[in-house]
Write a protein that binds this ligand. Structure first.
Ligand code: PRX
Length: 630
C-alpha cells in the first residue's frame, strides 16, 4: 500500500492481480443495481433461473424470484471452479486448542462426504425441508459440517453461540420450534474442558427437542439420556456419503440467526437461500480478493454471523481454504494467533478491533518476531476501529504491505455492505469506505440507511414476528427504507465513517448485546427494585456494560452483587457480565419517570452533564458520581 495525503491505496502490483480492480464497477452497478446483481448471480449454479430479479412489496422484498438453488451444490459438485479442480484441495484446516493435538485437515471431497453422511443421518432422524435444527457447537469441524448438512437437505439451521447460557439456548429453541439439537460433550478453552452437554441438557428443558446429537470432542464425562441422546459418530457410521441436494426456492429459508435488538428478547433474523448465496460468494471474492490459493482465517465463531458467512459459506463457495481455530487467540501463549497464521500460511486475516487491541496490549515486540510473509490482506469487523488500532494493525501485522479492509455489516445484512475494495481503495484509518457495488446507502440526520434494492442477502424478516420486523427496520423512514440503527457520516471523498449504534445495542468485545436484555436479567433478582445498564468505553473491549441497581430488603451488598453476576451469566452468558455493579439509592429520572441513561453514561465519558433541571431528582446524579469515584 502507498499513502497519498491521508489516504492509502493498493500498490500497482496488488491492483493488477486483484479480482476487482476497476473503479468502473461502481458506476456500472449504480446505473442499474438490479441488473448488476443479476449479472453476478448468473455466475453461480441454479437448477432453474429466476423469473424476476427483484420484487418489492414494502416492507418485504424478494431476490431472484422463482430461481431454484442449493448453496451446498455451489460449494461442492457445482463449484464455479469445477469440482474436479478443488476435490483434493484443502477446504478446512482446523487447529485444536491443545498444542499436542494435530490439526484436522479436510479436502473438499472429504468435507463433501462428511456433509452427505450427516445429511442422510438427519433425514433418518426425520428432518425434512423447512424443519429447524438447533446447532449448539463450539469451533470444531462439525459446526461447519452440521450447517452444510442442514443446507443440503433444506433444513433451516439455527446456530446458537456455544458460550451462550442454557436460558439463551432455550429461548432460541422455543422460538423456532426445533426438534433436533446438535451439540458436543465438551471443548477446550484455555486448557479447561467446558462441559457443553450439561448446558444443552438444561437448555432443551421446556422445548420441543426430541433428539440431541452429541459430537464426541473432549471425551469428558457427560450425563446421558438414552431415549434422547445419540452419538454423532455412531449416527453417521452406516450412512451413505452421497446425498442429493434439496432443490430450494431462492426465497426459501436457509437459516435463522438470533441477535440482540432494542428490547430484551432476541430477534431471529431470517435469511433466504438465493440472495444469501450470491452475496456471500461475491462479497468474499472481491473484498478478500479470494484467489485459488487463498487461505482465509476469519476468527469469528459461526455462532455469530461473521462466522456463518466468512468462516463457512463465503470461502467454501469460492473454493478456497478456510481456517478454524478452537481456542482463545492468546492461549497458551499471547502470540498463539500469530503462530497459527504462520503455521498454516494464512493469506487473509479477518478479526475484530477488540482482538487487535488485545494483541497490541500483549506486546508489539512479540508480534515483531513474526514476519507474516504469507499474509496479503487484513480485515476488521464488528465495531468501529479507531485510528490508532488501524495503524498498529496495518504496521505490525500487515507490515505496511497488506491492504486493510474495514468491513461494516450486521447480522441482518447477511454479508458485508460497506468497505473499500482492496484492489481499488482508497483506505482511510477510521473509515470503512464505500458501499459495495450495487448497494445504495443514504445518511439522513446522521442515520445510516439502505435504499432499494437493498442487497440480496438482507434479512427477509424476524422469525414469526412481522410486527417487530416492521417496527425495527421499516418505520423510522417509511417502509421502503432500511434503518440500520447506526450513526454515520461521509468525508469529502464519500468514504463512510461509522459512529456507532443509536439504539441500546452495545458491542462488548465485538459481541452484540443490548442494555435492555441485561436489565431484564438483573430485574429477575428478588431484591432489585429497579436498574439501569449502560455501555461505557473500554480500552480493549470497545464497550463494557455497567449496572446501576436500587435495592430493597437488607441483603449485604456484596452478596447481591455476586448473585447478580451469576444471574446475568445464567440468563445470557459470561460475555454479558457487567464490569461493575453500582448500588445506588435512586436512578436519575425525568418527571415522567423515564430513567436517564444518557446522564449516567456522561458520568464516565467526562462529557458535560448539561441541564439537569428537567430531572425529578437532580441530586441523585451527584450521589451516583460519588459512588462511582469510590
Ligand atoms: O454497529 C455496527 C457494528 O456492529 C453492528 C452489527 O452487529 P452484529 O449484528 O453483531 O454484526 C457484527 C458483524 C457483522 C452494526 O450495526 N459494526 C459492524 N461492523 C462495523 C461496525 N461498526 C463499525 N465499523 C464496522 N466495520
Amino acid at each position: 500500500m502507498f499513502k497519498k495525503g491521508n489516504l492509502y491505496f493498493p500498490t500497482e502490483k496488488f491492483r493488477k492481480s486483484a479480482l476487482a480492480n476497476d473503479k468502473k464497477i461502481y458506476q456500472e452497478a449504480a446505473k442499474d443495481p438490479i441488473k448488476f446483481w443479476e449479472k453476478l448471480a448468473q455466475q453461480l449454479f441454479w437448477f432453474e433461473k429466476w423469473e424476476k430479479a427483484f420484487v418489492h412489496k414494502p416492507p418485504y422484498f424478494q431476490w431472484f424470484q422463482g430461481g431454484k438453488i442449493n448453496i451446498t451444490s455451489n460449494i461442492f459438485e457445482k463449484n464455479t471452479l469445477g469440482f474436479n479442480k478443488i476435490k483434493n484441495k484443502t477446504a478446512l484446516i482446523w487447529e485444536p486448542e491443545p498444542t499436542n493435538e494435530k490439526p484436522r485437515i479436510l479436502t473438499y471431497d472429504e468435507l463433501f462426504k462428511e456433509v452427505n453422511k450427516f445429511a442422510n443421518a438427519l433425514k433418518k432422524l426425520g428432518v425434512k425441508k423447512g424443519d429447524r435444527v438447533g446447532i449448539y457447537l463450539p469451533m470444531i469441524p462439525e459446526v461447519m459440517i452440521s450447517m452444510l448438512a442442514c443446507a443440503r437437505i433444506g433444513a433451516v439451521h439455527v446456530v446458537v453461540f456455544s458460550a451462550f447460557s442454557p436460558s439463551a439456548l432455550r429461548i432460541r429453541l422455543q422460538d423456532t420450534g426445533a426438534k433436533i439439537l446438535i451439540t458436543t460433550d465438551g471443548y477446550y478453552r484455555r486448557d479447561k474442558v467446558i462441559n457443553l452437554k450439561q448446558n444443552a441438557d438444561d437448555g432443551v428443558k421446556g422445548t420441543k427437542v426430541k433428539k440431541v446429537v452429541v459430537v464426541k470432542r473432549a471425551g469428558n464425562k457427560i450425563p446421558w439420556q438414552k431415549d434422547r441422546n445419540l452419538w454423532y459418530h455412531e449416527l453417521i457410521k452406516k450412512q451413505s456419503d452421497q446425498c442429493d441436494p434439496e432443490v430450494m426456492d431462492s426465497e426459501d429459508l436457509l437459516f435463522v440467526l438470533y441477535t440482540s435488538g432494542s428490547t430484551g428478547t432476541p430477534k431471529g433474523t431470517t435469511h433466504a437461500c438465493g440472495g444469501y448465496t450470491v452475496q456471500a460468494y461475491w462479497t468474499g471474492k472481491w473484498i478478500f480478493d479470494l484467489h485459488k490459493d487463498s487461505i482465509l482465517w476469519c476468527t469469528s465463531d459461526p455462532g455469530w454471523v461473521t462466522g456463518h458467512t466468512y468462516t463457512v459459506y463465503s470461502p467454501l463457495l469460492n473454493g478456497v481454504t478456510t481456517l478454524m481455530f478452537e481456542g482463545a487467540p492468546n492461549w497458551p501463549t499471547p502470540d498463539r494467533w500469530a503462530q497459527i497464521i504462520e503455521k498454516h500460511k494464512a493469506t487473509i486475516f479477518y478479526t475484530a478491533p477488540t482482538a487487535i487491541r488485545m494483541f497490541e496490549k500483549l506486546g508489539t515486540d512479540l508480534v515483531r518476531k513474526h514476519k507474516f510473509e504469507t499474509l496479503r490482506l487484513l480485515g476488521s469487523v464488528g465495531e468501529p476501529i479507531d485510528e490508532a488500532a488501524w495503524k498498529w494493525y496495518f504496521k505490525e501485522v500487515g507490515k505496511e504491505r497488506c491492504p486493510l479492509v474495514d468491513t461494516w455489516w450486521q447480522t441482518e445484512t447477511g454479508g458485508i455492505l460497506i468497505t473499500s475494495l482492496p484492489g481499488i481503495g482508497p483506505f482511510k484509518p477510521g473509515f470503512t469506505g464505500l458501499p459495495f457495488p450495487g448497494v445504495k446507502v443514504q445518511i439522513k440526520q446522521e442515520n445510516l440507511l439502505i435504499l432499494p434494492p437493498f442487497a440480496p442477502g438482507l434479512l427477509r424478516g424476524i422469525y414469526k414476528n412481522p410486527k417487530k420486523y416492521l417496527e425495527t427496520y421499516w418505520s423510522q423512514y417509511g417502509k421502503k427504507v432500511y434503518f440500520t440503527s447506526d450513526a454515520a457520516y461521509k468525508d469529502k471523498n464519500g468514504l463512510i465513517r461509522i459512529v456507532g449504534r443509536v439504539d441500546d445495542v452495545i458491542k462488548v468485545a465485538g459481541h452484540r448485546l443490548t442494555t435492555g436484555e441485561l436489565e431484564a436479567a438483573i430485574n429477575l433478582h428478588p431484591d432489585i427494585t429497579e436498574c439501569a445498564v449502560i455501555g461505557i468505553p473500554d480500552k480493549i473491549k470497545g464497550e463494557v456494560p455497567v449496572a446501576f441497581v436500587v435495592l430493597k430488603g437488607k441483603k449485604p451488598e456484596l452478596k447481591v452483587k455476586e448473585e447478580l453476576l451469576a444471574l446475568v451469566r445464567k440468563q445470557i452468558g459470561p460475555i454479558a457480565k457487567p464490569k461493575e455493579i453500582y448500588i445506588v439509592k435512586e436512578l436519575p429520572k425525568t418527571r415522567s419517570g423515564k430513567i436517564m441513561r444518557r446522564i449516567l453514561r456522561k458520568l464516565f465519558t467526562g462529557k458535560e452533564l448539561g441541564d439537569l433541571s428537567t430531572l425529578a431528582n437532580p441530586e441523585s446524579v451527584e450521589a451516583i458520581r460519588k459512588i462511582i469515584k469510590k
